[in-house]
Design a protein around this ligand. Sequence first.
Ligand SMILES: [Zn+2]
Ligand SMILES: [Zn+2]
Length: 247
Amino acid sequence: MKLANLNLTSIRHIFITHHHSDHNADYGNLLLFMWTTGLNHQVNAYGPRPLLKMTKMFLKLSECDIKVRIMSEGRLPLKDMIKAHDIRRNNGGCRGGISRRIMEDENVRVTAALVNHPPLKTAFAYRFDSRVDNRSIVISGDTAPSDNLISLAQNADVLVHEVMHLPSIDKLVSIRPGASRIKQHLLESHTTCEQVGRIATLANVKTLVLSHFIPAEYPFVTDEQWLEAVRPYFAGKIIVGRDLLEI
Ligand SMILES: [Zn+2]
Ligand SMILES: [Zn+2]
């Protein structure tokens, strides 16, 4: 966010897809840095349970620093500026797999879908519908192919979806003994190039942005390889979503 020149104090809402550390490890630090940068409004955070508990515990963890800064810098108490919301599976938050509404203001309406990311019981995809220009974007989070996600993403302008390159996973497994269990886990909880293309077609989205690449580093999969692997299954625009790319 720093590299993208985003102003941390302009953030008003945070959406967490699921509680794997590659998706939530900086949640608490983000709150802290927003606060020390000069936050002066309430921030709402949404995500699966136990987001509320995690927020409370992070504030406790950082109590020493927070107290000192309130005293020496005259800051407002951070706990009063953060409101965390647990999106539950079945209390109306996400009944039947698709939520009615997680959040709405004059700019945007946010809905969510329960996706398949075992062994976690709760992982969400989010859809953002702009109320200003009628454009829509869906973020898959981590998921194996999910009917709920296909419903959520119907006719969206942009679908940002995680993706996995199977030939490269096989290469990885072949050089790392014991990695076959990891492959099994990846197949159960993530989406292959072919599957993501088919999902984008079924959801009838205009643009598919590939993201959250597996493998991420070794063996390195080039942009051309990602595009080649997905292209046969989706006729719309496909973008390899490298960090800091603007679309
Ligand atoms: Zn995950
Ligand atoms: Zn992940």
